[in-house]
Design a protein around this ligand. Structure first.
Ligand SMILES: [Zn+2]
Length: 391
């Protein structure tokens, strides 16, 4: 009799827990439908250029397309025009133009669904029209070929941000995963930061070495961002940020976009990324033109980002890192930088951009208010765009 009572009690508890979880999910979906979602890093431009995917359709693979961006409430994706560091000098500039052109193809094909955004007001206007407001970025300072004129022309082509390095150190800045060659930023590197401040381009410190990061903060007069980095306390990959860095970035007014790559969120998954970094840094194809592009296409097909695996990390780990940054740096300094279509494994519950309500549900469970969630999902990054790029 007693046993039956206990079983019945447990059953009722489970029912109540299930009901609460469902209610939490409904509330998460309601909030996610109202946020102005900003995601400061995806690698979907690669797929558009190399695989010729049509992101107007809901794709059966990958993590980002227009229907899934709308479903997940992430209306302001930052599309990285990433060129691998093995593209030398002017070849990197040519490849950047090809990526810019591929994105233009999308804007021209779907003018009623996606539009290039080049200011804070444009973002709000375009999202207000129920379209996707695309922000374009450069991922790797090598893409300017050591030429401020090229940097300025990128800005005139509507590119709003630049990550100073990729996996390798370049001629003027050390990378977190490359050989330290300059003890941070060179004099020219400092000039790049000043010029970006002047022309209204956001400096992105994801990928740079810790010393480069502190050099940037000394030079920059504007808030800087980490477009796709997570917490070193949870995964000790060199791409992640230490707590002192979060605090320094907060003082600068900057924002960190949490990277959803499972290696960035879970120590168990970190080794896979370390291996990938060393492989990519070893690449030296020594080719140019169409042959180099063919090499890059082959590498893109083989590196597993399109058919990403499920990692050990879960949506709770993403919420944990967000929570840690909010507690360390403050609620105004954390956002989303998924790295979707650029990471080889994703957390359970955040398999693609349409799954964002799961993260909102995880934040609600941790006691975050609707106002806090608005900031995390995009409000904080919109403030940086307003302060750096302008209205
Ligand atoms: Zn990256």
């Amino acid at each position: 009799m007693l046993l039956r009572g206990v079983i019945r009690g447990a059953g009722i508890l489970l029912l109540v827990a299930g009901f609460c979880a469902a209610q939490n999910m409904d509330e998460a979906r309601r909030i996610q439908a109202t946020v102005l979602g900003v995601d400061t890093h995806n690698d979907t431009a690669q797929r558009i250029l190399i695989e010729k995917v049509d992101i107007g359709q809901k794709l059966s693979d990958g993590m980002v397309d227009l229907p899934r961006l709308q479903e997940g409430g992430m209306h302001v994706p930052f599309f990285a025009l990433w060129v691998p560091a093995y593209y030398p000098g002017s070849e990197a500039v040519r490849r950047t133009l090809d990526l810019r052109d591929a994105m233009q193809g999308v804007f021209d094909k779907y003018p009623d669904r996606i539009q290039l955004a080049t200011s804070a007001r444009a973002i709000e206007r375009i999202v207000g029209q129920k379209k996707i407001a695309a922000v374009l970025t450069i991922e790797g300072g090598h893409q300017i070929d050591d030429d401020l004129g090229v940097l300025r022309m990128y800005r005139r082509m509507g590119i709003l941000s630049m990550t100073l390095t990729h996996f390798r150190s370049n001629h003027w800045a050390d990378s977190s995963t490359g050989k330290p060659e300059h003890n941070g930023l060179t004099d020219f590197g400092k000039q790049v930061v000043r010029e970006m401040n002047r022309i209204g381009m956001i400096v992105d410190i994801s990928h740079v070495s810790d010393k480069t990061f502190y050099d940037v903060l000394e030079v920059s007069t504007k808030p800087v961002i980490a477009s796709h980095s997570s917490c070193f306390v949870y995964s000790d990959i060199p791409r992640n940020m230490k707590d002192d860095m979060f605090r320094a970035l907060a003082k600068n007014g900057g924002v960190v976009g949490v990277n959803f790559g499972s290696s960035f969120l879970s120590q168990k998954d970190a080794d896979a990324l370390k291996k990938m970094i060393s492989q990519r840094n070893a690449m030296e194809p020594n080719l140019t033109g169409a042959e180099l592009d063919a090499y890059a296409a082959k590498e893109h097909a083989e590196n597993g980002e399109v058919h990403a695996q499920l990692g050990n990390a879960t949506v709770e780990d993403a919420a944990e890192c967000i929570d840690h940054i909010a507690k360390t740096a403050g609620i105004d300094h954390v956002g989303i930088g998924s790295d979707f279509d650029g990471v080889p494994s994703v957390p359970q519950g955040l398999e693609d951009v349409s799954k964002m309500p799961n993260l909102t549900a995880a934040l609600l469970k941790r006691g975050y208010s609707e106002k806090d969630i608005q900031k995390i999902m995009g409000g904080n990054f919109l403030r940086v765009v307003r302060e750096v790029v302008g209205e």
